[in-house]
Ligand binder design. Structure first.
Ligand code: G4P
Length: 526
């Protein structure tokens, strides 16, 4: 098969949601459709239960499961579909942000009762930065929840989306009778038996057809007629180009646990979701169809088991064909590397592969060579864009607790930062090191791993920082003056970029107002 044919087969996407909206359940149902798993329950949830947050080792153990489920590939209607798992837990948000750099589209799961929640907003925000096409799935229609139109308003307002409903619920909760697909004019009747059969699906081209009343009762039938009319009057029609540009978001309704409305979602996804897309580098755009292989590392997973201290670097293939045992250029390290055991992921199974194509994710065993964002090529020097750091939310000074082990501490911190566990900033005034994380949990993880993997020990000290902002400026003299005046707030990130550490939202506002000559950015890529 030609490279172009391989590319046309592939769809690589991620499911994003606030914890508990039903991401794991939906993933599992999708895999069941693809035949990648046979029974429900085969996909272990890598969800981190709130109750376990007191014991981070437990969480890391649970997270270990996510190596197997980080990428799940399945075949459906002759397509090869890769689902990238995205931890919903807030403390691992950075991981999720980076994983989203490796997808070509996303499905956003929303709980019908809870509506748009905080983590959904954050993750959709990240997708929007790159105009990732997104489909919305409103889940748990078997429960009482918000009115459909109110939910659409909420999605538009909070997620800044322009929505186009492609299915619509008939009733809800106790009175949930099914969904009407506006995508292909079908009524799909709900029965909570876990599978949808052919008899439950009726083509109804004209909603005035009496068969509708017969199937769902007159009252619900009339409501559906009115609501569908309103949808057609108010919302735009589906438009493939607008969707691909991230400007229009189809919405589906269903119940993942009951496997209801999932097939409609999947069928539409297979029709409309983009094939592997080009990727931007600092040098040029890389098209998937280019013969020469390129790819980038978006995630590094370290094994917490001391007996198997290997790491897996997850590489997204962006162009050409990746081949096993072939020399490739590790661009940052300027050295050739070849891989004898590259791994592909098929549902919960891993297997060594000989070839991989654009859109595929492969796992490379790594002994510390890779850093998030690294590129592999056939020789060209490329730096992929779109893998920024975002401001951490928690900050602490890190001190060496064992002066005999300062080398080990340095190495440990460097490697953990390369893996993306946290971010390191060095203050300009004191040269003291600050670690920034999204969640408090990572501080324990770092301390534990430094001790167990590097034989180093660290202690933390509180520091009052609200946010880290990356700076840019045109006038070098003005910047120098600013940096001198605000020396207490200035730091460098791991790549030596200038960062402003703001004490509070209020002081940040004041500084921004007083210094229009400096631009403040909430991510390292602007
Ligand atoms: P997550 O990955 O987004 O965190 O969510 P997950 O799929 O684990 O689902 C969260 C909870 O919501 C689970 O219940 C799951 O069974 C339930 N759920 C998912 N889809 C539906 C649905 O369509 N309708 C209803 N009523 N519930 C749904 P749990 O009690 O937390 O876990 P479990 O004991 O069922 O595993």
């Amino acid at each position: 098969m030609s490279l172009i044919d391989e590319i046309k087969l592939r769809k690589t996407f991620g499911i994003v949601s606030h914890p508990d909206a039903g991401k794991t359940t939906l993933t599992e149902k999708l895999l069941l459709f693809g035949g990648a798993i046979q029974v429900a329950g085969a996909v272990k949830s890598n969800k981190i239960k709130k109750a376990a947050t007191s014991d981070f080792m437990d969480i890391e153990r649970q997270r270990g499961i996510s190596v197997a489920t980080s990428v799940m590939a399945f075949n459906y209607r002759d397509k090869k579909i890769n689902i990238l798992d995205t931890p919903g837990h807030k403390d691992f948000a950075e991981d999720t942000y980076r994983t989203l750099t490796a997808v070509d589209s996303a499905i956003v799961v929303i709980d019908v009762a809870k509506g748009v929640e905080e983590q959904t907003e954050n993750l959709v925000g990240v997708c929007k930065r790159r105009n990732t096409p997104m489909i919305v799935f409103i889940n748990k229609l078997d429960r009482e929840g918000k009115d459909g139109f109110d939910l659409l308003d909420e999605v538009e307002a909070k997620l800044d989306m322009s929505v186009c409903p492609l299915s619509w619920p008939v009733g809800m909760g106790q009175r949930f009778r099914g969904v009407y697909s506006l995508y292909d004019n079908k009524l799909i009747l709900f029965s909570a038996h876990g599978k949808q059969s052919e008899e439950d699906t009726l083509v109804i081209e004209d909603l005035n057809d009496g068969i509708l009343d017969e199937k769902v009762g007159q009252s619900l039938a009339d409501t559906l007629r009115e609501e569908v009319k309103l949808i057609k009057d108010v919302y735009p029609e589906f438009d493939q180009e607008m969707y691909e540009e991230g400007l229009l978001n189809p919405v589906f309704f269903g119940s993942a646990i009951n496997n209801f409305g999932v097939k409609e979602l999947l069928d539409c996804f297979v029709d409309i979701a983009p094939n592997p897309l080009p990727r931007e580098t600092e040098q040029r755009m890389v098209a998937p169809t280019e013969e020469k292989f390129t790819g980038f590392v978006f995630k590094i997973h370290a094994n917490m088991d001391p007996k198997h201290r290997d790491r897996i670097a997850f590489l997204r293939i962006t162009s050409g064909t990746f081949e096993r045992n072939t020399n490739y250029l590790h661009v940052r390290q300027e050295k050739k590397m070849k891989f004898s055991n590259p791994t592909a992921f098929m549902a919960a199974k891993k297997s060594v592969i000989d070839h991989a194509y654009p859109g595929d994710i492969i796992g490379l065993y790594d002994s510390g060579n890779f850093k998030i964002g690294d590129a592999l090529t056939e020789g060209e020097v490329l730096h992929f864009k779109g893998i920024p750091s975002f401001s951490p939310e928690q900050f602490r000074f890190v001190n060496n607790a064992n002066p005999m082990k300062s080398k080990q501490l340095q190495k440990g911190i460097d490697q953990l930062m390369d893996e993306g566990v946290a971010q390191l900033f060095v203050k300009e005034d004191s040269a003291r090191k600050i670690i920034g994380t999204v969640g408090a949990l990572q501080f324990d993880v770092i301390q534990y791993r430094l001790e167990h993997e590097y034989g180093a020990s660290c202690s933390y000290e509180p520091i009052n920082i609200h946010k880290a902002l990356w700076l840019s400026w045109e006038d070098e003299v003005a910047f120098k003056e600013f940096a001198k005046r605000r020396r207490n707030n200035m730091a460098k990130d791991k790549d030596g970029n200038a960062v402003f550490l703001a004490d509070s939202a209020w002081s940040l506002n004041t500084v921004m107002e007083n210094h229009p000559e400096i631009s403040f950015h909430d991510s390292s890529e602007f």
